[in-house]
Ligand binder design. Structure first.
Ligand SMILES: C[S@@+](CC[C@H](N)C(=O)[O-])C[C@H]1O[C@@H](n2cnc3c(N)ncnc32)[C@H](O)[C@@H]1O
Length: 278
């Protein structure tokens, strides 16, 4: 059997899947980076490499997300292992991390809580960048907790503990200086749930009641009992939920409420400060 070159393998793959996905999958199969693919178009794949690449193309053509095929996704400045048990970390969520890091000075020994940690992307990134702080990461899914714990170990983050449970249920009496969350916020009947990568991600990570605000509502209502004085609550939400989020924060007694836009100018994160402790 004739071996194919990188250029031939990519050209064939692009007939059935997106060129960027084809490149990422070939990088994964060859353990090579983008620069290698660009500079070695004549490099020959081995038989097993061609077979593996072709199986991955078939799976991607059926819709399986690239990150679930390669088992990893870069987020902020780290790379996280992902499985079908967790949401694939999104670039939009880096905005939440940026805002959270601004609230915790580097030398501060604060307590951070990440609700709905999934792969651990937010909690682990914050804990890694603020080694003096102590973070707690909660998820209802025990399978997600296993993935997040593995990521913390691989990335050498130890100032972090994991709790399996429903939002604040296992944190009775505990207070935090900063609470962050990227909770499920898609309306249960939103047609996007039946499209693209979302079809393959855990329903528990995505949908939240009829209007998508059920989890956000629960978190905002309960957060004041778990915030230290002057503590912040920062939440990622849907493209059209910023106003509703700010209203909920106001009703719960928060101050300094504001929303921040993503690179497309869409308000994707809202938060507020609680100037008293309950
Ligand atoms: C949108 S995903 C966010 C995952 C991760 N934080 C990220 O940004 O990539 C929401 C997460 O909330 C978790 N979750 C859903 N309902 C929950 C609940 N009642 N209590 C705790 N976690 C919950 C899901 O299992 C999922 O991991």
């Amino acid at each position: 059997m004739q071996h194919e070159t990188i250029a031939q393998a990519l050209a064939a793959a692009c007939r059935s899947i997106d060129p960027v996905d084809a490149r990422l999958l070939l990088e994964y199969v060859l353990h090579a980076n983008h620069a290698f693919l660009l500079t070695h178009p004549e490099h020959l794949l081995t038989g097993p490499q061609s077979a593996t690449f072709s199986q991955l193309i078939q799976k991607r053509a059926k819709g399986i997300p690239v990150a679930y095929l390669t088992g990893e996704r870069p987020f902020y400045d780290l790379t996280f292992q992902v499985t079908e048990a967790v949401l694939i970390p999104r670039p939009e969520t880096e905005l939440l991390v940026e805002w959270a890091l601004q609230q915790i000075p580097e030398e501060q020994t604060g307590r951070i809580l990440d609700l709905g940690t999934g792969s651990g992307a937010i909690a682990i990134t914050l804990a890694k960048h603020r080694p003096q702080s102590h973070a707690v990461a909660v998820d209802l899914s025990p399978d997600a907790i296993v993935v997040a714990q593995r990521n913390a170990k691989t990335l050498g983050v130890t100032n972090l503990e994991f709790v399996a449970g429903n939002w604040f249920d296992e944190l009775s009496g505990e207070k935090f200086d900063l609470i962050v969350s990227n909770p499920p916020y898609v309306a249960a009947r939103d047609p996007h749930l039946q499209q693209g990568d979302l079809r393959f991600e855990p329903a528990l990570a995505l949908s939240a009641g009829d209007d998508g605000l059920a989890c956000i509502n629960q978190i905002i209502a309960a957060a004041p009992r778990h915030l230290a004085a002057n503590g912040w609550l920062l939440l990622e939400h849907g493209y059209d939920q910023a106003e509703a989020c700010r209203e909920l924060l106001q009703r719960a007694g928060f101050n300094n409420i504001c929303s921040k836009p993503d690179l497309a100018g869409i308000m994707r994160v809202s938060g507020g400060q609680l100037n008293f402790s309950m």
